[in-house]
Design a protein around this ligand. Structure first.
Ligand code: DSN
Length: 417
């Protein structure tokens, strides 16, 4: 990863690439949707497959010269099938959002009804936010988490579905720390004769490792991201029963995309192979154990956690009670100055705004990849508390930064880079 070819042509970009590796090495990446993929995945993504057009699917392309593209895509499909047990897998979506788009485009007409979780309660833009095309092309209603418990309000969802009569219900979330009861949502969908899309973007790796229950075989469609907890090449994936296979494939290409990003498909194939190894299950278990340790220690410091804890790879902290004068944005900025990178996040019952929200979201997938254990994560929680208690104190930020440096040195990243 010394980017010597880039440096010869373009030192400015080479410097930025080097700077990014150094930034990832020397600070704690706690954005819950991020991870550090292996150098093997990076190698595959930086390969000559970036040059190849391969519209179509293996064995049936619109261009010649696709024998290696076919090989790579077939491997990605085989491995994903083994990981998730789905009847049909499409590995071409450029992102999780485009995987969702494919399901909507395949199954809905403009104006059809989508019932999905509100963004401020942990949902995702592509589930129907008015700023996204989904919110503009379809008739969207949103459900919420229970204001008291922070868990999905399954009874409320059932009542809302009976009234709204959606064509599709979307489950799977971006800032929801608890196990999702897929079967319960499927029952609601069955009751109102709706389809069910389970978006496992954040928890794809946890599902693959069996650390979170799987919606495959329950929901009609399962979409995911391939670079978050599963740590493979960047992009998305759609899984479904064989009966929907042609509709989904046509909705991905030519419905929503042109040529697949074959270098990323290669990265997916390599990452899926890594996720099939027994060590990956240990990684996924450790990721969850680390998030629990982080959350428990933050609670010890008086922070309020949405749902009072976590079952997965992230914690969502509501700062309003413990630190009423500090927004999630203020916390994000001060923490970044101290070498801890996470994001300000809206919380259920948000009283600020998406630009200056009331909470922070913190995830452990990337820290776990570089070797952090529960003790390290409790130390990280102590550091987060020190910063948020005194976000404007430069001495505090400097002393935390020094401890972050020690944690990074003890858990090196991309050593050969
Ligand atoms: N941007 C991702 C996240 O942080 O959750 C979702 O696409």
């Amino acid at each position: 990863m010394d980017h010597e070819h880039v440096r010869e042509v373009d030192p400015a970009v080479a410097d930025a690439l080097k700077g990014e590796v150094e930034r990832q090495r020397s600070s704690l990446q706690m954005i819950a949707s991020e991870n550090h993929v292996s150098e093997a995945v990076i190698d595959a993504q930086g390969s000559a497959l970036t040059n190849k057009y391969a519209e179509g699917y293996p064995g049936s392309r619109y261009y010649g010269g696709c024998e290696y593209a076919d090989e790579v895509e077939e491997l990605a499909i085989e491995r994903a099938t083994e990981l998730f047990g789905a009847d049909h897998v499409n590995v071409q979506p450029h992102s999780g959002t485009q995987a969702n788009q494919a399901v909507y485009f395949a199954m809905l007409e403009p104006g059809d009804k989508i019932l999905s979780l509100d963004l401020t309660h942990g949902g995702h833009l592509s589930h129907g936010h008015p700023a996204n095309f989904v919110g503009q092309f379809y008739d969207v209603e949103q459900y919420e988490v229970d204001a008291e418990t922070g868990y999905i309000d399954y009874d409320g969802l059932e009542a809302q579905a009976a009234e709204f009569e959606p064509d599709i219900i979307v489950s799977g979330y971006s800032a929801y720390p608890r196990e999702i009861e897929w079967g319960r949502i499927q029952d609601v969908a069955d009751d109102v004769d709706a389809l069910h899309l389970a978006d496992i973007a954040h928890i794809t790796g946890l599902v693959a490792a069996g650390v979170h229950s799987s919606p495959v075989g329950i929901a009609d469609f399962v979409t995911g991201s391939t670079h978050k907890t599963i740590r493979s090449g960047r992009g998305g994936i759609v899984m479904c029963e064989e009966a929907y296979a042609d509709d989904i494939d046509s909705a991905v290409f030519p419905g929503g995309q042109g040529g697949p990003l074959m270098h990323n498909v290669a990265g997916k194939a390599v990452g899926f192979k890594e996720a099939l190894q027994p060590e990956f299950e240990d990684y996924a278990e450790q990721t969850v154990a680390n998030a629990k340790a982080l959350g428990d220690q933050l609670a010890e410091h008086g922070f309020s956690l949405v749902s009072e804890g976590t079952d997965n790879h992230l914690v969502l902290v509501d700062l309003r009670e413990s630190h009423p004068d500090t927004s999630g944005g203020d916390a994000e900025e001060a923490l970044e100055d101290a070498g801890i990178v996470l994001n300000g996040n809206t919380v259920p019952g948000e009283t600020r705004s998406a630009f200056d929200p009331s909470g922070i979201r913190a995830g452990t997938p990337a820290l776990t990849t570089r070797g952090f254990d529960e003790d390290d994560c409790r130390t990280v929680a102590d550091l987060i508390a020190r910063v948020i208690d005194d976000p404007d104190d430069e001495d505090v930020l400097e002393s935390v930064r020094a401890e972050v440096d020690e944690l990074c040195a003890a858990n090196p990243l991309y050593e050969d880079a």
